[in-house]
Design a binder for this molecule. Sequence first.
Ligand SMILES: [Mg+2]
Length: 211
Amino acid sequence: MASVFLMDVDNTLLDNDRAKADVARAIGEFVGPDGAARFWSLYEEVREECSVVDYPETLRRFRRALPDARRLIDVDRAVLDVPFERYLFPGALDVIAQLWQRGEPAILSDGDRVYQPMKIARAGLLLAVRGNVVVYEHKEDHLAEVQRRFPADRYAHIDDRAGLLAKTKASLGDRVTTVHVRQGRYRDEAANGAPPDLVVERIADVLTLDL
Ligand SMILES: [Mg+2]
């Protein structure tokens, strides 16, 4: 395969900031401000311990902290039944369809091993990339594995985190074109290392790039 396009999910293909804000609002409605504060402190505690966002583990701990069964079912649902297909950025699926004409798109995502793959499937992205999905807790540590899984002469890496793109550049050098999609809360995050090769404001703009 000549070209493989590695694509991030959160805040690249899917508006995760908006999804998280909607989940937070629902949790607040179900358990009130104190319950919600407890939930998000457990969320940060889990993120600290596991160094990855893990909603299933957060829910497990929240269940022990707040044993009001009826409310807990609502919170479980607010977190686990997010209609992620409604959070895709405009043009996200068109970009994937176009990349299939130029090579092989694949999803390279960060997250836990339960919730994140569920989100990718639910959003319709698993189908769009025909099963080409890998999820790691820290994807930047697995670039050799990614190249074995998706062998190619040339890569592009499309991501909202400039720091991750710099790490890919450091590892793959001239074999990769890095594309920074300046969407979401990390859009202006400073990054050490090489600046991205290309910068776009929205994922739909990838349609206009000559990759
Ligand atoms: Mg991202």
